[in-house]
Write a protein that binds this ligand. Structure first.
Ligand code: ATP
Length: 432
């Protein structure tokens, strides 16, 4: 892996001639500009792991912003720049993007602060990174072009399937890395190295995560939950006692774990029926993690994580509707079709998935099946908003009430045809 030829042929073999040609043109632009540039990070890691990854991150020794603008010229693309951090993104005409940054060192003025940035060499740039496996580079031009740069024995760690930090203060500099360690470990089925594991436990015991902003914490959690098989990531976070930083009240007892374990099955079932929307899987898992919190702890968590209003609102509603559905179906009654229709149509698709993971009784499943196979079809309406306007109704929130009431009447069996719908709207909404 240490010769120029090897990495170039590996690039061609794994990623194809098109991508290699792009890298070669980047290399030429760099040489013309008398700058030395490198492909770095996840792109190189995944190349060696034989995982397709076309997200090229470029590091430039020197003026990265200038280099990005030259790249944009070369590829007839556009460039967007973040002056403060010295980073740019080059957007190709077909939408393909390449990130460009100047090689930099970062100083943390206090633990978990955003770093202060200064221009440097690729060597120092790689030494500020989180794990050895993410600290590889490919030199793209100049002497030794297309050779692998491995200052930290990253190749060895990739071969041994181990996650190691570069230095002992890594988690103090940036506690986000605690979550990232778990993410990479679980994603690649690696193991966190012994010493790195000890540093993690120590950082967690010292409560370093509390110094992270809610936004950064939520961002890391969201990224983890967007990984394939989020459950194993959640279990590993639980093992490391990391979930307490969302809320100290998150316990994940055996009932929570049982429900979490069933989400995958419910998701597979959901794929077999034709849902109108695809569930956001990461959100179902987030709902599952925070579901058992009491209202006060839940509110405190929302504040702490500085969630956007939309996410706050949907989590609050989904928790409420899910609890209501559980309570209702917990009663030993045979519910009328319209009650069941209401209950399920009030749930967002994600809340529905979680509800069926919590309540996996035959009864809940039967009601869910009948809702999707029968009631949803029955509740399809002939009348549109335009029809309502033509009938003399003024557009506004009332339309939603009319449509809901019409759907309920269909499910009840009170109406069937378009004419029935017209008569019914007249009677219920116009003749008063
Ligand atoms: P993914 O496949 O998840 O995109 P990635 O390694 O490309 O993996 P990014 O989060 O896009 O991950 O980060 C790009 C690179 O920046 C990483 O490979 C790593 O070298 C560096 N990096 C990202 N976050 C941190 C961090 N918190 N501390 C240090 N280095 C980081």
């Amino acid at each position: 892996m240490d010769t120029q030829k090897n990495v170039k042929s590996l690039l061609k073999e794994k990623l194809g001639q098109d991508l290699l040609s792009i890298l070669e043109r980047i290399s030429q632009v760099a040489s013309r500009s008398e700058l030395t540039v490198f492909a770095v990070g996840g792109f190189v890691r995944d190349l060696l792991l034989n995982i397709p990854n076309k997200d090229i991150d470029i590091v430039v020794e020197g003026n990265g912003i200038l280099f990005a603008s030259k790249l944009a010229e070369e590829f007839d693309g556009q460039v967007k720049t973040h002056e403060k951090f010295g980073t740019s993104v080059v957007i190709f005409p077909d939408g393909y993007r390449i990130d460009v940054a100047m090689a930099r060192v970062e100083y943390y003025e206090y633990p978990a602060a955003l770093p202060t940035v200064k221009q440097s060499s690729v060597n120092s740039d790689l030494s500020r990174r989180d794990f050895t496996i993410n600290s590889l580079a490919i030199k793209l031009n100049g002497e030794g072009a297309f050779s692998l740069i491995d200052f930290f024995n990253s190749e060895r760690d990739l071969k041994n399937k181990e996650i190691h930090v570069l230095h002992n203060l890594s988690f103090i500099d940036d506690p986000c890395r605690l979550f990232r360690a778990i993410k990479f470990e679980q994603r690649f089925s690696f193991k966190i190295g012994k010493q790195t594991g000890e540093l993690m436990r120590d950082a967690i015991k010292k409560g370093l995560v509390t110094s992270l902003s809610g936004t950064r914490l939520l961002n890391e959690i969201t990224l983890i939950l967007k990984e394939r098989d989020p459950l194993k990531h959640i279990l590993r976070m639980k093992e490391f006692d990391l979930l307490k930083f969302l809320s100290p009240e998150i316990i994940l007892d055996s009932a929570d774990l049982e429900a979490l374990g069933k989400i995958e099955t419910v998701l597979s079932w959901a794929e077999t029926i034709s849902l109108t929307e695809k569930p956001e899987v990461w959100y179902v898992y987030l709902l599952a993690i925070i579901y058992s919190l009491d209202d006060e702890s839940f509110m405190q968590m929302l504040e702490k994580l500085q969630m956007q209003a939309r996410l706050k609102k949907s989590l609050t509603i989904d928790r409420r509707t899910c609890k209501k559905a559980l309570e209702l179906l917990g009663e030993d009654k045979n519910w009328e079709p319209e009650v069941i229709y209401h209950l399920f149509s009030d749930l967002s698709i994600e809340a529905l998935i979680y509800f069926l993971a919590v309540d996996s009784t035959d009864r809940a499943n039967q009601y869910a099946n009948i809702y999707f196979t029968q009631y949803c079809g029955q509740a399809e309406l002939s009348l549109t908003g335009d029809d309502l306007v033509e009938m003399g109704l003024k557009p506004g929130p009332i339309f939603q009430s009319v449509f809901n009431a019409l759907r309920e009447a269909h499910v009840k069996g009170a109406i069937e045809t378009r004419d029935d719908e017209v008569c019914w709207v007249k009677k219920e909404f116009l003749e008063q």
